[in-house]
Unconditional design. Structure first.
Length: 198
């Protein structure tokens, strides 16, 4: 049996880790083996977690977390991370979801648990994506009803634009001279020419 490590995370420095740490200690994790982060769970490049994974955890060790989302916020990323931990020979215990824990399980049970985890996380990830898309669509529809315009605002044509562009196209003046007369930057000038003259 290897060492038992605990990992606790909150999303910001104002939030408190006590509840998670108490649960880890109650499970049997020693204080000195509890690693914490006060950072968003959007990815896994967190100092505490990186130290835990790259320097402390060894094959045969157990990683204890209070809840599955303490690992991270992105279900797809959690799924990949879970797979990596299992590849390293690390067992994972989820205090609030004992059925997902791989410690003290046979190899067959671990495979079954991994499959359940992957299916569950894939389902949750898809559900989250659908929810986000629905929210975005509803937000866009509501904004459009209020007259909100999306995308970059179209640049207004400066006074005399058509005449100056005609002179440039006729070879009466250079593009640089035309831009200077119209007070336009190069990218805006060519964008307007493309929009108006095509």
């Amino acid at each position: 049996m290897g060492r038992v490590y605990g990992y606790a995370r909150v999303s910001s420095t104002e939030q408190n880790l006590d509840r998670q740490i108490e649960a880890l200690v109650a499970y049997g994790v020693e204080d000195r083996h509890i690693i914490t982060d006060k950072m968003s769970g959007k990815d896994f490049s967190r100092p505490g977690y990186m130290t835990l994974k790259e320097q402390l955890l060894r094959s045969g060790d157990v990683l204890v977390i209070k809840e599955l989302d303490r690992l991270g916020r992105d279900y797809e990323a959690i799924k990949n991370e879970w797979h990596e931990l299992r590849q390293m020979g690390i067992d994972v215990v989820v205090i609030d979801m004992p059925m997902l824990s791989t410690a003290d399980k046979t190899d067959l049970e671990k495979v079954l648990i991994a499959n359940i985890i992957f299916e569950l996380l894939s389902y949750l990830a898809e559900k989250e994506r659908v929810k986000i898309k629905t929210r975005q669509a509803e937000g866009i529809a509501a904004a459009k009803q209020k007259g909100v315009k999306f995308g970059r605002p179209k640049a207004k044509l400066p006074t005399g634009f058509a005449e100056e562009v005609r002179k440039w196209q006729a070879g009466e003046q250079t593009a640089t001279e035309t831009m200077a007369k119209l007070g336009l930057k190069r990218t805006t000038f060519y964008k307007l020419v493309k929009e108006v003259c095509i």
